[in-house]
Structure formats: structure tokens, C-alpha cells
Design a protein around this ligand. Structure first.
Ligand code: NAD
Ligand code: TYD
Length: 335
């Protein structure tokens, strides 16, 4: 008999990659995907598993105790909680949904989990909880200093999850991953935005001086880290999951244009993001000691990711010609 895995936010970027990863590796398990289908949720991401008898989609909000309670009555063995509002720029304009989903929604899930017999609750957090790290590498014991409403909401959510471990013994494990890249990432995020703009000959809006540094992690390596933690992670612990590929945004943009054979004149320098964190960098030795290492070769996975967007216009053209247009105008016009 396989296990029952409850995934929240499985119609988003990392969640859908995780469902693909999991169903391929553990075909005997049953996966239930609870997703509200916000602007970022997209069932196109899961087309190829939709008819699999081991997969079930439930449209619903993690903040709704009825929906969540019903799913816990089915006694999941493992919960992997991805669902969140995730885009920093949107959180600057309107933090409301971030508080509602990332904090309150996590609370509703934790409450339901507390009264269940779930064996493992994975709280997906982020390296952004450490704030801007000018030098060195963040360790799990470092002070948390989130600096934008998204990062602060994620910090609230993961600390709340930890409190359910400390207070009620809920088997929580927290991951703090660095910036993921790969297929099915909503094109508001820098890599899919810049690749798809470049493919359409639209300027690439580079914020500020373009020297902000991110640590890039191929999404499958994030999934393998979660997999390892479900099987061997210590409950109540936090684990960094960093790709170890530190690049500033100018370097990142240069690589994209270079691979596509396009000129740097496509770059348009625009006004910086408010409170823009300068650098994120993770020390992932704690997870590595458990046996994890990122399998991806950065350059080949980046190129494969660029190729995926080049070859799957059907996926992103639909998004970019819809509500996204209004968002793009508001974010980038007159910037
Ligand atoms: P995403 O924005 O692509 O997807 C989020 C998903 O959550 C969507 O399918 C959306 O419909 C769903 N959702 C949002 N609100 C919901 C609600 N109230 N109820 C149910 N479903 C809801 O996000 P992503 O990039 O895949 O990120 C997934 C998780 O990983 C998030 O918790 C994020 O904070 C974390 N994370 C992301 C990155 C990254 O680089 N993308 C890095 C570290 C951590
Ligand atoms: P993003 O993909 O939004 O991820 P995060 O803010 O969570 O790290 O942005 C990655 C980096 O790219 C960040 O330093 C901001 C920068 N950026 C731009 O320069 N232009 C853009 O249009 C976007 C969306 C991001």
C-alpha cells in the first residue's frame, strides 16, 4: 500500500514540479493536490498527470477550515505545504493576500494537522527569511531578518509551524530554499520573464544597478531535498536548500541573452525595487550531511530551462496575453 501525500499549492511552479517528481519516483503513492488556482496556479502544469488514478486535484483555499478539515479526514501520511503568495513585487504593492494565505492559511493547515496522525509536515520556507546577507553564507541558526512583506509572511508562517512542533509535537520539518528555476515558473519571476521577453524582442527590465546576487537552485534538486527530508529529516529541524550557484542579475541576464544569441541592447535599466535585498547565499551543509547534493549542472539546466520556454510557447503565451498584461503595465510602465 502506498502513502497518501497531501500537497498544497501543487498547481504552482515548484508544487507541480514536485508532483511530477513524486509520481514518477513513487508511483504506488496517492497524491492529493489542494490549490486555490490563484493567478499563479495553472492546471496546464499538471496536464500529463491529471488522469492518473493516483492523483487527485481539489480546488480550494488553505484558509478554509472546512475544505482542509475534509482532506485531513482522509488521513494523509505526509503534508508538503507549498501554497503561498510568492512574488516580492506584488507583496510590496499589496501585502494583504500574503498575510491571509501565507500566515493565516498556514495556521488553518497546522490546526487540522494537529488533530490528525500525519507523520511528517513539510513547511516550505525560503532563504528570504534571513534578509539581505552582504557577505558569508546563512546557516539555519542565524538571525531571521525578513525585509519585505513576502519574506516577513513566510517567516511568520515557518515560525508558527515550528511552534506547533515545540508545543504540540506536530512532526514539522522546515526547508529554506534559494531561488528556484525550471519549467512552469510563472513569468513574473525574473528568469521566465526575461527569457519570454527576449523571445518576443521586448526589453528586459533590470532593476537598479543589476548587481543583486541570488543563489540559483534547479527545481528538481529542491524536490530531491524535500524527498530526503521526508525520509530522513529530523522533526523540528530547519534545513537550507541552496543550489550554490551565486550570480548577480547582470550575469544572469547576460547568460540568457548569450544563449539566445541576442544583444545586450535588449536590457533596459529600470528603477530599483523598494527594499531590494542585495544578496542571498545559503550554507547547505546540514542537508548535505544527510546525503543531499544538487545533481544539476547549472549551465546545462539553465540552458535546458531556456529551451523549455522556447519550445513551450503554448504554455506562457496564454498567461502573458491574459490578466498578466495589466500587471505588467502597472509594474513596468513609467518605471
Ligand atoms: P507559485 O506562486 O508558482 O505557486 C503558488 C501556488 O499556490 C499556486 O498554484 C497558487 O494557486 C497556490 N495558492 C496560493 N494561495 C493559495 C491558497 N490560499 N490556497 C490554496 N492554494 C493557494 O509559487 P512557487 O514559486 O511554486 O513557490 C512554492 C513555495 O515555495 C512557496 O511557499 C514559496 O514561498 C516557496 N519558495 C519558492 C522559491 C522560488 O524560487 N520560487 C524559493 C524558495 C521557497
Ligand atoms: P525574483 O525572480 O522576483 O525573485 P526574488 O525577488 O524572490 O529573489 O527576482 C530575482 C532577482 O531579479 C531580484 O534581485 C530582482 C531582480 N529582477 C529584476 O531585475 N527585474 C525584474 O523584472 C524582476 C521580476 C526581478
Amino acid at each position: 500500500m502506498g502513502r497518501k501525500i497531501l500537497v498544497t499549492g501543487g498547481a504552482g511552479f515548484i508544487g507541480s514540479n514536485f508532483i511530477h517528481y513524486w509520481m514518477k519516483k513513487y508511483p504506488e503513492d496517492r497524491v492529493v493536490n489542494l490549490d486555490k488556482l490563484t493567478y499563479a496556479g495553472n492546471l496546464d502544469n499538471l496536464k500529463d498527470v491529471a488522469d492518473n488514478p493516483g492523483y487527485k486535484f481539489v480546488k480550494g483555499d488553505i484558509s478554509d477550515p472546512e475544505v482542509v478539515g475534509e482532506l485531513f479526514r482522509d488521513r494523509p501520511d505526509v503534508v508538503v505545504h507549498f501554497a503561498a503568495e510568492t512574488h516580492v513585487d506584488r507583496s510590496i504593492g499589496n501585502p494583504d493576500d500574503f498575510i491571509r494565505t501565507d500566515i493565516y492559511g498556514t495556521y488553518v493547515l497546522l490546526e487540522a494537522a494537529r488533530n490528525s496522525e500525519v507523520g511528517c509536515f513539510i513547511q516550505i520556507s525560503t532563504d528570504e527569511v534571513y534578509g539581505s546577507v552582504e557577505e558569508g553564507f546563512s546557516r539555519e541558526t542565524d538571525t531571521l531578518l525578513p525585509r519585505n512583506p513576502y519574506a516577513a509572511s513566510k517567516t511568520g508562517a515557518e515560525r508558527l509551524a515550528y511552534s506547533y512542533f515545540a508545543t504540540y509535537g506536530l512532526p514539522v520539518i522546515i526547508t529554506r530554499a534559494s531561488n528556484n528555476f525550471g519549467p512552469y515558473q510563472y513569468p513574473e519571476k525574473v528568469i521566465p520573464l526575461f527569457v519570454t521577453n527576449a523571445l518576443d524582442d521586448i526589453p528586459l527590465p533590470l532593476y537598479g544597478d543589476g548587481l543583486n546576487i541570488r543563489d540559483w537552485l534547479f527545481v528538481d534538486d529542491h524536490c530531491s531535498g524535500i524527498d530526503l527530508l521526508i525520509h530522513r529529516g529530523e522533526k523540528g529541524e530547519v534545513y537550507n536548500v541552496g543550489g550554490g550557484n551565486l550570480l548577480n542579475n547582470r550575469e544572469l541576464t547576460g547568460r540568457i541573452l548569450d544563449y539566445l544569441g541576442l544583444p545586450e541592447t535588449l536590457i533596459r535599466r529600470v528603477k530599483d525595487r523598494e527594499g531590494h535585498d542585495r544578496r542571498y547565499a545559503l550554507d547547505s551543509s546540514k542537508l548535505k550531511e544527510l546525503g543531499w547534493s544538487p545533481a544539476a549542472d547549472f549551465e546545462s539546466e539553465m540552458n535546458a530551462t531556456i529551451d523549455w520556454y522556447r519550445n513551450n510557447r503554448w504554455w506562457w503565451e496564454k498567461i502573458k496575453s491574459g490578466d498578466f498584461k495589466k500587471y505588467y503595465r502597472e509594474q513596468y510602465e513609467n518605471r
